[in-house]
Design a protein around this ligand. Structure first.
Ligand SMILES: Cc1cc2nc3c(=O)[nH]c(=O)nc-3n(C[C@H](O)[C@H](O)[C@H](O)COP(=O)(O)O)c2cc1C
Length: 185
């Protein structure tokens, strides 16, 4: 899965969140000020975050959001920080929604600077978001359970088939070794 992280931060609080996401995903966190900020290739999951200043998103960040190439972005996870409320999350999501970019239901908010506990949770969340089975998205709980059981059974059958194939290859090569030894005799 192709992942990208973009963030806007004046004081470093959102940057700390972006860096936790980077640790979780193994992808660089890129500031919107960086020359590498523009998204030019398809991205399956974009982590995008910013903060609130005087009740508003940073103007340059707002422009960046508006200019995002919606045709290259399959889904976005929003993160953000402010002093009082989760408004930066909603404001970022509103711009993305207007552009028709699919928004992941999960979002991460921190009051000012995230503490170490929250950074750990963010890192875990970002990692988990990548390994989650997306075929389960949007299903009611009993269907998720049923599908999970099917997927588990399918994975077990695949693992058993792989082990059987490996055993067969091993038996075959042992038989080949024996017949080579017989030929040498
Ligand atoms: C100049 C300034 C204005 C701010 N205005 C607001 C605000 O209107 N509402 C709010 O909830 N937080 C406000 N904050 C708090 C920031 O959103 C918060 O500290 C955030 O973590 C900053 O992120 P950053 O360090 O990545 O820039 C303001 C902070 C600054 C420095």
């Amino acid at each position: 899965m192709k992942v990208a992280i973009r963030y806007q931060s004046r004081g470093g609080n959102v940057r700390a969140m972006a860096e936790a996401i980077a640790r979780g995903t193994g992808v660089d966190a890129v500031s919107i000020d960086s020359p590498k900020a523009k998204i030019k290739e398809p991205v399956d999951l974009l982590f995008i975050g910013g903060a609130l200043y005087k009740f508003q998103l940073d103007p340059a960040f707002k422009e960046y959001l508006k200019d995002l190439p919606e045709d290259l972005i399959s889904e976005a996870v929003v993160f953000g920080s402010s002093m009082l409320t989760r408004r930066p999350i909603l404001m970022i999501q509103d711009v993305l929604k207007e552009k028709g970019i699919k928004i992941n239901k999960q979002a991460v908010w921190s009051r000012n600077h995230p503490n170490d506990d929250l950074l750990g949770v963010i890192e875990y969340f970002a990692k988990n978001e990548l390994t989650r089975d997306r075929s389960l998205d949007g299903l009611p709980p009993y269907m998720v359970f049923k599908r999970s059981q099917e997927i588990k059974a399918q994975r077990e059958a695949e693992a058993a088939a792989k082990a059987a194939a490996e055993a067969e290859v091993e038996a075959q090569s042992a038989a080949d070794d024996r017949s080579e030894e017989d030929a040498e005799d």
